[in-house]
Structures are given as structure tokens and as C-alpha cells.
Design a protein around this ligand. Structure first.
Ligand code: HDE
Length: 714
């Protein structure tokens, strides 16, 4: 242990390049984890530049704002190592972005076990009530590049690293519990089809193009996941408002060696919530960092999000007893069949201090499991185990990526792996092989397989002839897509159909369009007919083999109110010409504060008390909109101003209403509601009493989307 601490210090010293720094030393002594709220495992790698002189990368004090020239107007000299090194370092600042999931944001947090779960797993993070384990969680979209917009429609990554006291466990999951394909060998095909066209690199971060739907309709295993993505799950309100899933079946293994299949779940304690498509599209331009912003601000304002961690546990012999194969990642186990047992809770409470060092360099790996957790034979999972190790070599440039501060486990690492690019450690053992006598046999084998349920559960047994084949138990890829659709409320089904209309109507190939209708028709004739209508195409005759009336209660996003609205934003529209609207906005701010809702005061100019101007504000940025009394002047003769685009205040109100948000108006502003096309139906609040209005409005924020405002066709 001592040696590792010493090495960490040396490494930090090299990274910090700080021997000549003045003021606070950058390298702090390592403290035991969790001894104070400020303690953090990355502290020793931080560099504090306050009160310091510039130095070269090897510590000499330098001036680096003017290159060394032969004469004031002469050429820069080759011997100007300061300029050369600075530019060279800049030239190499980027590492390859992730091949998928390039766009994302992350945060630190803590996982707390609800109990001692050693009856189902030997995993040490779950063996004690109240036991805390640090985590680092990265959320992402899949298809877009690193600079793409947050609110594009996509599956979202939900990757969690647990820094357990027995090594790192990475649960690299998504916000959708199923996946497009059943076998890892198809992953490059899937991704090539959804990524932009190879000739013109269009479109960015979108599946509304021929190759994606060509693949989806040729590989119908994609349908179930596609349905989830076309529904609200593809456009969550924020990372905080989505669930997470391990997707595959894994195994939990006890110290006694018994094992069971499990599906891992993260259930958001903020409640599931989604945008509507038009909002998401506009946000992609107005604020491409919408989700990133939300997560960052929620944590900074003390509203760090929480998820409950749970498992569905299935006996090994029941793998095929539900009418599908639990090794097939295109299937969920409906919670009515196997309820989710909550095991613990995670809270994110700390933002990264450096995006590159932490969020960009975190390298999750499905193969990082700890004692008590084992894989399953899911062929998709098997391929992932390889892919994540391999891709990190491409990103990092060598095999020592696990030594980066964010990737280090919080336990000692001893093995005979040596050297490689960027080796951080100075290994003292000169007998880097096993078995040895020269190092007293160390590091020694720690074979815990039998009796201790290490990586591999001792009861696992496989046999079979070598085949390149899909198991017949994976054959039905339509029934669960249908069950998913059946389980949505009508307006949500409409959103899904509208999303498909949006995407399919942009397809150029008539063959692809017709193949899409053939596949949709296998799920539901009604869907095929309604999507076909927008394409000007007739759906094929009903194809009822997989039609069913199954439903599950746990997949709808729009059928519940949110348990908390903390971290939400309400716009209060004001006018500095309006009588007292700014002071009313201040009173509203105070009244919303106890609910954890922040108020953004919008006005014509950034005068004191105003946080945003009409020239920049837009309804997409807010979860609710209130017009303060006095602001009605902007609806009348002053509706046109050079300070903001024509009719902008009215547009903010009517857009918010149209997108299902709670809206309201106070006192003399009440008349603007009708004038802006706002009918008095649920989710519209009016009155002169600040406290009374806020009480109702907070409930409206919990409803989040007033769905009666959206038309449903048949
Ligand atoms: Fe990934 N996936 N994936 N994936 N995946 C990557 O690894 C891959 C799959 C997921 O925030 C890559 O480090 C294959 C399912 C997340 O850093 C890469 C297959 C699920 C993230 C890779 C899958 C995921 C990745 C790219 C099919 C949900 C982002 C960069 C066999 C359970 C992690 C990287 C982060 C990232 C391969 C399918 C989730 C290329 C081969 C299923 C959340 O290795």
C-alpha cells in the first residue's frame, strides 16, 4: 500500500511539473477516502496554477507569448524550443473521439447499498447496509460526433464506474433496456448504417436517412429498440430524467458459488420525462449543450440527481421459461413477471474539474467486473467484452490507459504487465513473471474461482457443436415491439408514429420505404397504415402472426407525475416599461425557491433583476412560463421592438403552451393568455396571488407535459 501511495505521488509530481511553483503546493498528501466532504480521489492529480510563473514542460521558468526571432521582423528560429514545444503539444491535444457515444457529459457521485446482499452476490459493494462506493457516471448519445447537439433523437448511454474496494466494476448501459442486434458481429454494420453517409458526411447525429432504415428493415431485430427510441426515450428532458439498464442478462454469484441471472436497472428518482420532438429540434440549435448544462447546474445548485439501483433475478433454469430467451438483448423481462428488487441508491454530487482529463479520458469496459458479478452467454455481451478493451488502445495510444487518474482503481494493482507507452509506474519487482522464486512467488495467484464466486461462476457449463447460427429462441423479434407500443398512452403512440413519419418521409429509396412498412406491419397494421399515410403509400395487408394484446406497466413516460421538480426552470416574462413586473418576478423567484425551481426573469434589457433578454430567450429553455403583471404591454403596441424579434414574448408563451408546458399569467397580464392562443384547460394558471399561483404551478411542473394539448389521429 505504502509503495503505491509513493508512486502516485511521484506520478502526480511529474504531471504537475510543479517544483518551481509558488504558493499552494499542487501535490497534496493522499487522504483516506471519505474523511471529509472535500476529499476526492483525483485531488492529488490536480494542478493549481494560481500564483505561479509559466514553466516549460520540464519546469524551467519561461516567457511564452513571443517567439524567438532573428531580428524584430525576422523569421522564428528553430532553436526556439519554447514555441516549438508549445505548438507541438497543441497539435497533439486531441485523442480520437469514441467510435460511438462520442458526445457526452459525466459526474462523480456515491453509491450506497441498502443492505447486505451476500445472499445473492459476493460483490463487496453490496455486502453491508449503508456501504458507500464512489462512482463516475457518463451519459451520452450514440451516433453523433463529439460536438453534436445533446437533444438529437438517439439511444442514450448510461455508463457507471463503481470504484469498489475490490476493484473497478463498469456497468456500461443505456437508457433503453434492449438493443438493436442480437450478435456482436453485426455492430459495425449497425453503426455504419446510422452514421452519416460516407460520401458527404450527412446527416449528423440522426437516423432520418436511407442507410439507417435500410438496416432497420433488413435486420428486424432492431425494431424493438427502434420503437423505444422513436418514443420519448429517444429525447429525454435531461440525463436526470431517464432510467438506465444493463441491457444484457448478467450473473450474480455468491461466495458459496451459486449463481443467478440478473438484469440491472437504474430507476430515476427524478421521474422519467421527455421533450416533444419540435422542442428537441429547436434546442439542438438554441442550446446544443442543453443536457450538459442541466446536469452541471443541477449538481452545482445542490440538486444532484439520484437513481435507485435494482435487479431482476432469474434462476438459471428459468432462462427460457418466459416465452423468450433472456440471453437475447432485444427482450425485456416485463416487471410483472419478475419485479425489480432495489439494492441501493446512487447520487451524483460533484462535477468534473477538467472535461478532458475526466470525461474524455474515462474508459469504461464491459469486461471490468468484480468478484460476485459474472457474464452471461448473451452473444452481444460476449463481443462487447472484447471491443471495449480494444478501442481504448486506439484512443489512448497504448495499453496503459488503466493508469490514467480517472481510470485507476482505488485498490493496489500488482501484476506482471510491463512497459508500454505512457507507463506511469516504476515497478521494483525484477522478476516480472510467474511462477517465480526470486520475488518469493509474488505477485501470487489469487484463485478465488471455486468457493468464492470470482469472475466465473463455478456452476457455469457450456457444450455444443461449433455453429455460426442464431438460436431459434431468438427468432421472434416483433412481439415485444408490439407489447411496447400497446403499453404507451395514445398521445405517446402518436409521438412514436409522428417520429417514424418524420424519419421515413426523408427516405429517398422507394424500396427502403416499402421494406419499412412491411416490418412495421408485422408489429401492427395500424402503425404501418398511419406511417404509410404520411408517405403516400398503402400499407400491406395485415400480417398478424405476432400481433398481441400484451402490455407492461413500466414503460410509459407520459402516464405519471414527477416525484420532484427540483432543478427545473421557470421563465417569468417581464417588461421594464410594465408597472412593477420586475418586483413581481422577484416575489415569484422567492416563492419558487423552496421547491428547488429556479426563476429566469426575461426582459427587454439586462437591467438589474433581469437574467435573460427576449433577444436570446426561447420557450425551449424553460419548463414553464409565467407572464408577470405589467408585461402585457409587450403584447400590444410594443409587440414589435428592435430589441427582440417581432412578437417574441407572445411566441415564448404560445410555444410553451403548444409544447405541453405549464403556463400562467398574473393580474393585469391575464388577458395575454387568450391573445396568445392559450385556452383555459389543465396546466394554465392565472391570478393575482403569488403564493397561490406558485403552488398550483409547481404541481403543473410535476405533470410536466399536459398531453391533452396534442392532437391524436386514428
Ligand atoms: Fe457500446 N461501445 N458496443 N454498447 N457503449 C462503446 O467503447 C460496442 C452496446 C455503450 O461513456 C465503445 O469506450 C459493441 C450495448 C455505452 O465512455 C465501443 C457493441 C450497450 C458506451 C463499443 C456495443 C452499449 C459505449 C466506443 C455490440 C448498452 C459509452 C468507445 C456488441 C448495454 C461509454 C468506448 C462511455 C461505447 C462497442 C453495444 C453501451 C466501440 C461492439 C448493447 C454507454 O467499444
Amino acid at each position: 500500500m505504502q509503495m503505491i501511495w509513493a508512486l502516485f505521488t511521484l506520478v502526480g509530481f511529474a504531471i504537475g511539473g510543479c517544483p518551481y511553483m509558488e504558493g499552494e503546493p499542487a501535490i497534496k498528501a493522499r487522504q483516506p477516502m471519505g474523511s471529509s466532504a472535500e476529499d476526492h480521489f483525483l485531488d492529488e492529480f490536480t494542478v493549481d496554477d494560481s500564483n505561479s510563473y509559466l514553466t516549460s514542460t520540464v519546469g524551467s521558468k519561461i516567457q511564452d507569448d513571443k517567439s524567438l526571432k532573428a531580428g524584430e521582423r525576422g523569421p522564428t528560429l528553430l532553436e526556439d524550443v519554447i514555441t516549438l514545444r508549445k505548438i507541438q503539444h497543441f497539435d497533439h491535444e486531441r485523442v480520437p473521439e469514441r467510435a460511438v457515444h462520442a458526445r457526452g457529459a459525466a459526474a462523480h457521485g456515491v453509491f450506497t447499498s441498502y443492505g447486505d446482499w451476500s445472499n445473492i452476490t459476493a460483490a463487496s459493494l453490496l455486502n453491508q447496509t449503508g456501504k458507500e462506493t464512489p462512482v463516475f457516471v457518463r451519459f451520452s448519445t450514440v451516433a453523433g460526433s463529439r460536438g453534436s447537439a445533446d437533444t438529437v433523437r438517439d439511444v442514450h448511454g448510461f455508463a457507471t464506474r463503481f470504484y469498489t474496494d475490490e476493484g473497478n466494476w463498469d456497468l456500461v448501459g443505456n437508457n433503453i433496456p434492449v438493443f438493436f442486434i442480437q450478435d456482436a458481429i453485426l455492430f459495425p454494420d449497425l453503426i455504419h448504417s446510422v452514421k452519416p453517409a460516407p460520401d458527404r458526411e450527412i446527416p449528423q447525429a440522426a437516423t432520418a436517412h436511407d442507410s439507417a432504415w435500410d438496416f432497420f428493415s433488413q435486420q428486424p431485430s432492431a425494431l424493438h429498440t427502434l420503437f423505444w427510441a422513436m418514443a420519448g426515450n429517444g429525447i429525454p428532458r435531461s440525463y436526470r430524467h431517464m432510467d438506465g439498464f444493463g441491457v444484457h442478462s448478467f450473473r450474480l454469484v455468491t461466495n458459496e458459488g451459486t449463481s443467478k441471472f440478473v438484469k440491472f436497472h437504474w430507476k430515476t428518482l427524478q421521474g422519467k420525462a421527455s421533450l416533444v420532438w419540435e422542442e428537441a429540434q429547436i434546442l439542438a440549435g438554441k442550446n446544443a449543450d442543453y443536457h450538459r448544462d442541466d446536469l452541471w447546474n443541477a449538481i452545482e445548485s445542490g440538486n444532484g440527481p439520484e437513481w435507485e439501483f435494482g435487479v431482476q433475478v432469474v434462476d438459471e433454469e428459468d432462462a427460457l421459461s418466459f416465452g423468450f430467451d433472456i440471453l437475447d438483448a432485444t427482450k425485456i423481462i416485463p416487471e410483472e413477471l419478475v419485479p425489480v428488487t432495489p439494492l441501493g441508491k446512487m447520487k451524483l454530487n460533484r462535477n468534473p474539474r477538467n472535461y478532458f482529463a475526466e470525461t474524455e479520458q474515462v474508459m469504461y469496459q464491459v469486461g471490468h467486473v468484480v468478484r460476485g458479478i459474472d457474464f452471461s452467454e448473451d452473444p452481444l455481451l460476449q463481443g462487447r467484452i472484447y471491443s471495449y478493451f480494444d478501442t481504448q488502445i486506439n484512443r489512448h495510444g497504448g495499453p496503459n490507459y488503466d493508469q490514467l487518474p480517472i481510470n485507476r482503481p482505488h485498490v493496489d494493482v500488482h501484476n506482471n504487465q510491463r512497459d508500454g507507452a505512457g507507463q506511469n509506474f516504476i515497478h521494483l519487482n525484477t522478476a516480472a513473471y510467474s511462477p517465480n522464486t526470486l520475488s518469493n512467488g509474488s505477485p501470487r495467484q489469487a484463485n478465488q474461482t471455486v468457493g468464492n464466486g470470482f469472475f466465473t461462476s463455478p456452476t457455469r457449463r457450456v457444450e455444443g457443436n461449433l455453429v455460426r447460427a442464431t438460436s431459434p429462441t431468438f427468432a421472434d423479434v416483433w412481439s415485444q415491439a408490439r407489447m411496447f407500443y400497446n403499453s404507451l398512452i395514445p398521445v405517446e403512440q402518436q409521438f412514436l408514429i409522428n417520429a417514424m413519419r418524420f424519419e421515413a418521409s426523408q427516405l429517398k429509396s422507394e424500396i427502403v420505404k416499402s421494406n419499412v412498412l412491411i416490418q412495421l406491419n408485422r408489429v401492427s397494421h395500424d402503425i404501418a397504415r398511419r406511417v404509410g399515410e404520411a408517405l403516400g403509400m398503402q400499407a400491406p395487408a395485415a400480417d398478424p402472426t405476432y400481433y398481441n394484446d400484451n402490455r407492461t406497466a413500466f414503460v410509459s413516460i407520459f402516464n405519471h407525475t414527477l416525484p420532484t421538480v427540483r432543478g427545473f426552470k421557470v421563465a417569468v416574462l417581464t417588461s421594464d416599461a410594465g408597472n412593477g413586473s420586475l418586483s413581481q418576478a422577484a416575489a415569484l423567484r422567492q416563492a419558487f425557491a423552496p421547491a428547488g425551481v429556479s426563476v429566469v426573469v426575461v426582459g427587454e434589457r439586462l437591467v438589474p433583476g433581469v437574467n435573460a433578454t427576449y433577444s436570446a430567450a426561447d420557450a425551449t429553455a424553460f419548463d414553464g412560463i409565467i407572464v408577470a403583471s405589467g408585461a402585457e404591454v409587450l403584447w400590444g403596441a410594443n409587440a414589435t421592438s428592435t430589441l427582440f424579434p417581432s412578437q417574441r414574448p407572445k411566441q415564448i408563451l404560445s410555444d410553451g403552451y403548444r409544447w405541453g408546458k405549464p403556463v400562467g399569467a398574473m393580474g393585469s397580464a391575464e388577458g395575454v393568455l387568450r391573445e396568445s392562443g392559450v385556452d383555459t384547460i389543465p396546466g394554465v394558471y392565472a391570478g393575482g396571488d403569488v403564493q397561490g399561483l406558485v403552488k398550483g404551478f409547481v404541481e403543473g411542473l410535476g405533470v410536466f407535459k399536459f398531453v391533452d394539448r396534442f392532437a391524436v389521429d386514428s
